[in-house]
Design a protein around this ligand. Structure first.
Ligand code: THU
Length: 136
């Protein structure tokens, strides 16, 4: 599988997930997809709450689902997309949450960020979050 196909397939899966977004307050739908070394893919979408600050980002939902399914590392690729113009990049909290899962397997995942339109930002997680917090 070439890099471009891998990228477009994972972004398409993330885009399908944003169809399940619950974002009645911001109207900003986000979908995320994580691909692991064993080939498995875990998706997430944003889930908002009437108490706005309790809202969950798509990437954090995906990490929680993946860890509940037993993943502890092996995170190789991350796709994030939204239905607004321009690439959606993970917020700071999501960068930290994604980095913890990546660190468990000592990978530095390639992140693809997209939105409506053709532009895709390709960047390593370590570039999105240099010097992230570590407990030890
Ligand atoms: N959001 C995400 O799902 N991921 C991010 O990395 C940034 C923001 C969501 C949270 C909220 O539901 C909406 O986008 C607008 O902030």
């Amino acid at each position: 599988m070439t890099g471009a196909i891998q990228r477009d397939e994972l972004l398409a899966i993330a885009r399908r997930s944003l169809g399940n977004s619950y974002a009645p307050y911001s109207q900003f739908r986000v979908g995320a997809a994580l691909r692991f070394a064993d080939g498995s893919i875990v998706t997430g979408t944003n889930i908002e709450n009437a108490s706005y600050g309790l809202s969950l980002c798509a990437e954090t939902v995906a990490v929680a689902k993946a860890m509940d399914a037993g993943h502890r590392g092996g995170l190789e690729h991350i796709a994030v997309t939204g239905d607004q113009q321009g690439p959606v990049t993970p917020c700071g909290r999501c960068r930290q949450v994604l980095s913890e899962l990546a660190a468990l397997g000592e990978t530095d995942p390639l992140v693809w960020c997209a939105g409506e339109g053709d532009g895709v930002l390709e960047i390593r997680l370590s570039e999105l979050l240099p010097h992230g917090f570590k407990a030890s």
